[in-house]
Structure formats: C-alpha cells, structure tokens
Design a protein around this ligand. Structure first.
Ligand code: ATP
Ligand code: MG
Length: 369
C-alpha cells in the first residue's frame, strides 16, 4: 500500500498543507515541535479514524479552527482510493471513501493498513506482560476480525468469573455457576491461544531475522510465546490439547483462586518471552537493544501482514534513530525494502548524507520537499 498524496486542513499545528510522497523511504525532518509526529498521526488516523496519541478527536483540530480534515490518495488492493475524514468541534466526524459517506470507522478497515512504531512502544519490551499482549492482540485483530470478537467475549467471561470469585463468600450460591464459567473461559481461551500461537510462530521467525540484520549479525533475538504452564508447546498443539491443558491448569489453581478471589488461570496471563544472545531482554537489554528489539517486532509484524494481505502495510516510524549507532541507523534509513516507509528524525542529524530516501522538511506546520 502506498500513500501517494496527503492533504491536511487545520489538523494539529497544520493550516493548509499538501504533499506527495515516494513509494519507498520518506524521511520527515525538522526541528522539535514543528509537526513531524503530527504528520505521521494524520496518516495513521486515516487507517482507522483513531489517533495513537489521544482518544479525543477535538485535540486534533487546530487551536485556531473549528474544523479539520485529512485526505489522502492511496494505492492499495490493486486500485486507487481517496480517503477523507472531516472533524468538527460541533458535530461527529465524517468519513468518506471515494467521495461516498461511510457510517462507521470500521468501513476504513483494510483500505490503508499501517504498522506504527512510536517511542511509547518501548514499554512493550521493558514493561508488563500486558503491553506485549496488547501488541499481539492489536496485530492479530487487524488481520482477523473474528479475533477481536473473541477477545471481547473472553473479557466478558473473565469479568464475570472474577465477580464470582470476589463475591462468593457473601453469596455462596454463585459457586454453582463457577464451573460453567471455567468451561466458557477455557473454550474461548483455546481459540485465542490457537490464533496467538500461529501468529507468534511467524513473528518469532521474522523478528529474529530482522534483529540479526539490524544488528549486523551480532545479536540473536529469540521470541517465545508462553501460555499456561500445563501447555509446553502451544505452537504445535491442537485445539483439543489446548482445551485440556487450560482445564487442567484451572483445576490446579482452583484453591488459590478461591482463596485470593482472583482469576489466575487462563490466556489473560499469556506472555511473549524475549532473549538477546540468551539474556532476558526485560532484565539485561541496553537502550539500543531495547529499541532494536521493538523495531524488529514491528518489522516482523509488517512481514506477517504482507504475507497475509499480499502487499506491505505502510510503515510509520516515529523517532526511531535516537540511541541507535550509525550502522543501525543506516539500516533503518536505507535498508527497509519492499514497501512505503515514513521515518521522522530531528534536523541536524546530517540526514541528507545518511539516506537515499526522499526528504520531507517540516517547519511550523508547513511541509517542504
Ligand atoms: N490542536 C493543535 N493545534 C495547534 N497546535 C497543536 C495542536 N496539537 C498539537 N499542536 C502543536 O504541534 C506542535 C508539533 O507537534 P509534533 O509532536 O508534531 O512535533 P515534532 O515535530 O514531532 O517534534 P519532536 O521532534 O519534539 O518530536 C507542538 O508544539 C504542539 O503544541
Ligand atoms: Mg515528534
């Protein structure tokens, strides 16, 4: 997929701005606070009518304006599209595709697919397991709408079971339905684990390959999907084996769950374990290694999407170069092939000499090529 042209009107710090892009690598450069991230945000916004920085659409409208619009000409799925989203302080957002008004944001799905890296993604490496599950869940849900429904369903059953465990001491009758909820949780959990294991198998192969390339062959990243302790090898397991392992795990944890009032057994505890040269990334990785690892995961996500959809999603990389040595920077600026890439970086990094990509300069909410 390619963003051929983007037109902004009153979006963030932009007045009116219109620019075309290269189908390969585009480097967006400028001083701090000029609108580099805002430009990536506008592109990301067109992929699902959601920002990665805020839930409040009104924050996207220029302080001096009551309306904003983002429009782009896209090449994807073998044809041209024009996507447009208009925002207003007083009414709901309006989405149009090729000039035809769409009722919901879900109709944008599959029109412009993006993979985004932003500095907050570093938490996915160092932070809690929930961050890594979120990465996995968002990526799989983009490819498989059914997975998103399963996640919602799982969340609902989990909440219900948690309420039973919390309240059964006051209302002992609740325990009568605990087994039913365990079965429901294990059934939905089986489906989630089955999807996750298949996706993680691909992720792990691509991520190690990417990490090896970015680090010039000096580092070996291993990514391993871990679920309940009763299931050793989720990637090679059939659904019936996953279900059996989940119910066995529930049995082992029954007493602890009843004593603690917490739901401790199931797919909501899944983890992606990562090591670089056999040392746990969460504990031992350096700043540059953390960043490289996060980038390898995102590049791997992009490869999986390409295999699945038959074309590369647009890669949006915000502030990736800091903390990377010159060789790793060179990889990011020149070696990502096969799809459209946008990379923001601060002016003064001698960028013209470092990249063969198209340079886009951003200054005070205006764009120059
Ligand atoms: N709704 C808005 N209206 C006007 N200006 C805004 C709005 N939202 C954000 N801005 C301003 O846009 C400016 C640029 O933001 P942006 O995050 O794109 O900078 P940047 O070029 O990525 O900088 P950095 O190099 O520091 O990351 C900020 O100064 C911010 O205050
Ligand atoms: Mg920025």
């Amino acid at each position: 997929m390619v963003i051929k042209q983007l037109e902004l009107n009153g979006f963030r710090n932009y007045g009116y701005a219109k620019t075309g892009f290269s189908p390969g690598i585009n480097v967006i450069t400028g001083k701090n606070a000029q609108g580099k991230t805002n430009l990536l945000e506008a592109m990301y916004y067109l992929s699902g009518a959601k920002s990665f920085r805020t839930r409040k659409d009104r924050e996207l409208i220029n302080f001096l304006s009551d309306e904003a619009s983002v429009e782009a000409d896209i090449w994807g799925n073998g044809r041209d599209y024009r996507l447009n989203i208009r925002l207003s302080r007083t009414s709901r957002k309006k989405i149009t595709i090729n000039g035809v008004r769409k009722k919901t944001a879900s109709e944008l799905s599959g029109k412009l697919c993006t993979v985004l890296f932003c500095p907050g993604d570093l938490d996915m490496i160092k932070g809690a397991a929930s961050e890594r599950r979120r990465f996995m869940d968002l990526a799989i849900a983009q490819l498989r709408p059914k997975y998103a429904l399963l996640l919602t369903e799982y969340g609902r059953i989990y909440e219900h079971k948690t309420r039973i465990l919390r309240d059964y001491k006051e209302k002992p009758d609740l325990l009568e339905v605990l087994d039913d909820f365990n079965i429901k949780l294990a059934k939905t959990g089986t489906e989630l684990i089955f999807y996750r294991a298949a996706w993680c198998k691909k992720l792990s192969g691509f991520a190690s390959q990417m990490h090896r390339e970015i680090s010039g062959g000096s580092e070996n990243l291993s990514v391993r999907y871990k679920t309940v302790s009763t299931l050793d090898n989720p990637e090679e397991s059939k659904p019936s084996e996953i279900f059996k392992a989940l119910t066995e795990h529930q049995r082992q944890y029954r007493k602890v769950e009843l004593d603690s009032g917490l739901c401790l057994s199931g797919a909501h505890k899944d983890e992606l374990e990562m090591t670089i040269n056999d040392a746990a990334v969460r504990v031992f990785a350096s700043q540059g290694q953390i960043r490289t690892c996060a980038l390898s995961l995102k590049l791997a996500e992009r490869e999986i999407s390409c295999n699945d959809m038959g074309e590369y999603p647009v890669l949006l990389l915000d502030d990736v170069l800091s903390e990377l040595d010159l060789d790793r920077q060179d990889f990011m600026l020149n070696k990502i092939t096969g799809g459209q890439v946008f990379i923001t970086c601060c002016e003064g990094e001698n960028i013209e000499k470092k990249t063969g990509g198209t340079i886009i300069r951003v200054h005070a909410g205006s764009i120059k090529q």
